[in-house]
Design a protein around this ligand. Structure first.
Ligand code: ADP
Ligand code: MG
Length: 221
């Protein structure tokens, strides 16, 4: 599912944050939004994920004009199509690892057997095999980020949006995050990541560098 921003401008508290930015995220590709701190990476990621409203310009989702979608339509889009990976992991700390990975897939009686197998599979993929019953709060930062990846992988979403997913991780965990994002793109997902991590930038298929004035220069590889 393709995501597009056309001449998008965003103003926050009277301050122009994005000025007429255009970018396209395509299925099967990893798009990196780069730029220094405060350049508007998170804002643009939120615009593409319909989490932030725009002052002017257009956002298109799978060819549909989405700029003025209602809250319920945006919620349906998030539920059915998007996996978010956050810098602060976005996990329920008191809940178990397994709960966090499968959240949204649980009924009254827990998860179906097929989901149980899928849970084991994704936990193995992020090197957390057999850890599903542990309380999330007890994990290290790198392990928590891997739970966030496992949750995104479990969803097998059309769109994966990640904000600084390698920040404050050690080298091994950063490499795991980067290869996860590349694999998601390879299986056909549209992957967008905001980062100032040079290794992650180098791993991208497409790169948009945001300037300090919110102006953007695009470079397609
Ligand atoms: N909720 C907010 N309230 C006030 N200012 C904000 C808010 N969100 C972002 N900004 C401002 O917008 C600019 C871009 O922020 P952001 O998109 O978070 O940049 P980046 O992710 O590249 O560091 C910054 O100057 C920031 O201070
Ligand atoms: Mg940011």
């Amino acid at each position: 599912m393709q995501l597009r921003a056309d001449n998008v401008s965003v103003v926050i508290d009277g301050k122009p944050v994005l000025h007429s930015v255009s970018v396209e995220a395509k299925p099967g590709r990893l798009l990196v939004l780069a730029g220094s701190s405060g350049s508007g990476k998170t804002t643009l990621l939120n615009v593409l994920g319909l989490l932030a409203r725009v002052e002017s310009g257009h956002v298109t989702v799978g060819g549909q004009e989405a700029t003025k979608w209602s809250d319920s339509k945006r919620r349906r889009f998030w539920r059915n199509h998007v996996a978010f990976v956050f810098q602060d992991y976005g996990l329920i700390e008191e809940a178990s690892v397994g709960y966090n990975v499968t959240v949204g897939r649980r009924g009254l009686f827990g998860i179906p057997q097929s989901d149980r197998e899928r849970l084991d599979h994704v936990l193995g993929h992020v090197l957390l095999s057999g850890r599903d019953k542990e309380q999330t709060a007890r994990l290290s930062g790198g392990e928590k980020q891997r739970v966030g990846l496992a949750r995104a992988m479990f969803r097998a979403a059309d769109i994966v949006l990640a904000d600084e997913p390698t920040a404050s991780l050690d080298r091994r965990n950063r490499e795991l995050v980067i290869s996860f994002l590349k694999e998601e793109a390879r299986r056909g997902a549209t992957v967008v990541v905001a980062t100032h991590d040079e290794d992650l930038m180098a791993a991208g298929d497409d790169l948009l560098r945001l300037g300090d004035q919110g102006d953007a220069a695009s470079l397609n590889r």
